[in-house]
Design a protein around this ligand. Structure first.
Ligand SMILES: Nc1ncnc2c1ncn2[C@@H]1O[C@H](COP(=O)(O)OP(=O)(O)OP(=O)(O)O)[C@@H](O)[C@H]1O
Length: 610
């Protein structure tokens, strides 16, 4: 009934139960005992029927009936109590298994490179960690002990063959055999493949659903309907189609199993009785046996359905286990056996090449440049040129395919991860604020920081106006349900966070592109404070911010095209000079427009500076 793979899944699942694994076995054993005890009342019914038929019609002579009645009650109560204890045991194992699955995947996610989160959507990860782990709970807590009980019932049937009438027993058993064939068909290739598709579509819907909810503000701005969010809509359709298949195609087998099991007594037992009765010598005993099997056959459908659910849940749990295993075994950042220490605060890219998984063209090709300690280097270039990828290699979002990234003279792969993280502050546009107070948001960079230190950092990042306008100042909660900050204000709070961290190296994605002029000025001042005395690698989106950089590196198609100071690059009259000319033209256009001399020239520089 259960294939090797399914047994493997349950056994693997129980690995997560740790020291509570024996509880799962104990629960199954108790459930089997409960089923045996549950057969007691049926045997009592047989004795009662036998006695009544023997004394009929002087019913008052059936003195033992009351005794059997009490005995039946005792068996039922004992069966129920043992079953409850069995469930308690399996629940203990199931909860531990699910919580360990969640804990281990969440812990492992702390070990994977940051780039893992770029390629794994948060919706899909949430579904895997929470949903998949939860799905295994029902299997271990209910389906497994119930299946142990059902198997005991099947074995118990053979015992009844010997005690009562094997011919009537066999008639009941036929419905069990037919049900078992149906269940094994369901658990075969098509059933397993169906469960895989079902789980895939659920994960896809969760992933696209999360993205959809995040994108609602954009949809509203552009007056789009749900249909415009094609991917989410398609994933809903795919899920609906699978749900339809489930109802129409997949449920056919379980329904046949249920119908066969439920109607087994009518389909097989009654014809057998009609066939055998005419030749029976001891009609009283025959009728008592018939009473036993007629009543006993009532528990067969429940048991068969329980076995069927085990099959279904094992398949689901198998798929869930695979998903959780994929997270738990995701490659972690390699850690050198012998770590190096940083000698200074410089950064060197040494012939670095990197291609994203599945991409055909490299994002970076043989890229080399150096950032002197305490200097500021700006990366500029056309959109998609490789600036973000380049900056992402410093905190080891990914490791280069070829070449090395050195921080303080040491290959980042040989640096202790915590030393690297302590030495470098990262301000990326993706760094969002937490839904907590402004104080705690800044303090995230240095958990032990005093209130005074946070105030100083906010003041250095020119956030005084933000603190002043918030109703509870530093203690005002931010985000949904709390105060809302503009993009430029968020950028300043993130800079305050980096200032508080006080790391000697700063990697930042400059985000003034959409800030209003007043915010932009404050951000510039905050960035100057942050850059003072530190090594800064900055992804520049506006050429106005790079003019003061010690060195500008122009990256295009993953390669360094030009490098030098602003004036040196202008003198070279190359890509940077063209980008600068475009930038100046755009700035002039804005001035012209603001003095109501609108022209038809484009707003964005033609070079598409990112
Ligand atoms: N997670 C990813 N998976 C696959 N390819 C990626 C990924 N991120 C970026 N790329 C590709 O790598 C190349 C470099 O992208 P990158 O984001 O580094 O450029 P950029 O210069 O920072 O662009 P922008 O200024 O528009 O942000 C591009 O071709 C981009 O499509």
């Amino acid at each position: 009934m259960k294939g090797k793979k399914e047994r493997g899944s349950i056994s693997q699942l129980l690995d997560y139960a740790g020291e509570r694994r024996p509880f799962a076995y104990l629960g199954c054993a108790l459930s089997a005992i409960s089923m045996l005890l549950g057969m007691g009342p049926y045997i009592c019914i047989w004795f009662v029927a036998k006695e009544l038929l023997a004394v009929a019609p002087q019913w008052e002579m059936a003195a033992g009936c009351t005794q059997y009645g009490w005995l039946a009650l005792l068996f039922s109560a004992a069966s129920l109590i043992v079953y409850l204890i069995a469930l308690l045991c399996t629940h203990l194992a199931a909860f531990k298994t699910a919580s360990n699955m969640r804990r281990r995947s969440a812990e492992h996610l702390l070990e994977v490179p940051l780039g893992y989160f770029e390629s794994h959507a948060s919706g899909a990860l949430r579904r895997t960690i929470d949903g998949c782990a939860g799905e295994t709970e029902t299997l271990l807590a209910h389906n497994l002990p119930d299946a142990a009980g059902s198997i005991t019932l099947i074995l118990g049937m053979f015992v009844t063959f010997a005690i009562f009438d094997w011919r009537l027993g066999l008639a009941c058993f036929v419905s069990i055999v037919i049900s078992l064939i149906g269940i094994s068909m369901m658990m075969g290739g098509t059933g397993a493949a169906f469960m895989q598709r079902y789980e895939d579509s659920l994960v896809a819907m969760n992933k696209t659903g999360t993205e959809y909810v995040r994108g609602i503000p954009v949809l509203k701005v552009f007056q789009q309907t749900v249909f415009s969010f094609r991917v989410f809509h398609e994933s809903i359709n795919a899920y609906s189609e699978i749900a339809r298949e489930y109802a129409v195609d997949y449920c056919r087998v379980p329904q046949s199993v249920a119908v066969t099991a439920i109607n087994g007594v009518v389909i097989f037992l009654i014809p057998t009785v009609l066939f055998l009765a005419p030749d029976e010598q001891d009609l009283g005993l025959f009728l008592a046996n018939l009473t036993f099997y007629a009543v006993f056959s009532a528990i067969i459908p429940t048991s068969m359905l329980r076995l069927m659910f085990l099959g279904k849940m094992t398949q689901m749990a198998g798929v869930s286990l695979e998903r959780v295993s994929a997270v738990v075994h995701a490659p972690v950042l390699s850690q050198a056996a012998h770590t190096e220490t940083m000698q200074d605060n410089g950064i060197v890219f040494d012939h670095v090449s990197y291609t994203y998984e599945g991409a055909t063209n490299p994002a970076l090709s043989d890229l080399s440049f150096e950032i002197e300690p305490a200097s500021t280097v700006a990366l500029v270039g056309p959109s998609g040129g490789g600036k973000t990828t380049c900056a992402s290699l410093v905190p080891r979002f990914w490791d280069p395919d070829e070449g090395r990234v050195l921080v303080g003279g040491a290959d980042v792969r040989n640096l202790d991860q915590s030393q690297l993280m302590d030495s470098v502050a990262f301000v990326f546009q993706g760094n969002r604020l937490f839904r907590t107070s402004l104080l705690e948001n800044v303090r995230a960079a240095k958990p032990g920081a005093t209130r005074e230190e946070v105030v100083q950092a906010l003041s250095a990042a020119r956030c005084e106006d933000i603190v002043a306008k918030l109703p509870d100042g530093l203690d005002t909660p931010l985000g949904a349900g709390g105060a809302h900050l503009s993009g430029g204000e968020i950028q300043r709070v993130l800079l305050a966070r980096a200032i508080l961290k006080d790391a000697p190296i700063v990697v930042l994605d400059e985000a003034t592109a959409f800030a209003d002029p007043e915010n932009e000025l404050l951000i510039q001042e905050a960035m100057s404070k942050l850059a003072a005395g530190r090594t800064v690698l900055m992804i520049a989106h506006r050429l106005s911010t790079v003019v003061r950089a010690d060195k500008i590196i122009v990256i295009d198609q993953g390669r360094v095209r030009e490098s030098g100071s602003h004036h040196e690059l202008l003198a070279q009259d190359g890509l940077y000079a063209r980008m600068w000319a475009d930038y100046e033209r755009a700035a002039t256009w804005r001035i012209a427009r603001s003095s109501k001399q609108a022209t038809t020239q484009p707003v964005q520089p033609a070079g598409g500076v990112a």
